[in-house]
Ligand binder design. Structure first.
Ligand SMILES: NC(=O)c1ccc[n+]([C@@H]2O[C@H](COP(=O)([O-])OP(=O)(O)OC[C@H]3O[C@@H](n4cnc5c(N)ncnc54)[C@H](OP(=O)(O)O)[C@@H]3O)[C@@H](O)[C@H]2O)c1
Length: 185
């Protein structure tokens, strides 16, 4: 298979959560600057990958090819509700087989969560784009990766061979930044 470039994307609260205690992404974790960054990144991607409860909810979403993880099927199946989506159970088929079903054998793949899906690709990211909302706390929320909050998201990315590059400010008023964590080994 030709090279796939794999990028991860998440926005986390100061306490490392990607969703609130109700397992929902609250409005307080939604920021215009981050939405613009995320939308532009997904518009450039050839394929989006996420768990059954995650979605990006953008105007261009219907046009995007995607792989949705679910245990409701044994291996790989078309999604009856979306002709551009492939349902994938990693217990029954490889990621490469799922990409093949989706018709993508090269280009950029965007992994957009949730936590178990992020973890599955931890040793395969070329770049993980970590957006941070330093003034938001979500007590009892959903940690962005397994192992948070015992370890910070940054410690987990570093433990998987990723190193922080230069952060960009996405939203000055709320202090929102994004940091690319790039593979060095
Ligand atoms: N802040 C952010 O940037 C961000 C990013 C992503 C998600 N979120 C939020 O996080 C919440 C979703 O969290 P979630 O934990 O429910 O995540 P999720 O990964 O979207 O959904 C979990 C579901 O995905 C499937 N799945 C996950 N791992 C699997 C595996 N190894 N094999 C087969 N199927 C697998 C299962 O579907 P079945 O039940 O069908 O088997 C599982 O129930 C949402 O509120 C979402 O908006 C926020």
């Amino acid at each position: 298979m030709p090279a796939l470039h794999i990028d991860g994307y998440v926005i986390v609260s100061a306490d490392g959560m990607l969703a609130n205690a109700g397992r929902a992404m609250p409005d307080e974790l939604k920021f215009e600057g981050d939405k613009r960054f995320f939308t532009a990144a997904l518009d450039r991607a050839d394929l989006i990958v996420h768990g059954r409860n995650s979605y990006e909810d953008q105007p261009n979403s219907p046009g995007r090819k995607r792989i949705i993880l679910t245990r409701k099927i044994n291996a790989i199946a078309p999604d009856p509700s979306n002709a551009r989506a492939t349902l994938w159970n990693p217990a029954g088929a490889s990621f490469e087989a799922a990409c093949d079903h989706a018709g993508v054998d090269s280009g950029t793949i965007a992994i957009i969560g949730g936590p178990a899906v992020f973890e599955m690709f931890m040793d395969r990211y070329d770049t993980f784009w970590l957006s941070q909302a330093p003034r938001v706390n979500l007590p009892g929320g959903v940690p962005c990766f397994p192992g948070v909050p015992r370890h910070s998201p940054q410690e987990i990315l570093a433990a998987h061979g990723l190193r922080a590059g230069e952060s960009q400010v996405l939203d000055i008023a709320d202090g929102i930044t994004v940091t690319p964590w790039r593979r060095t080994i």
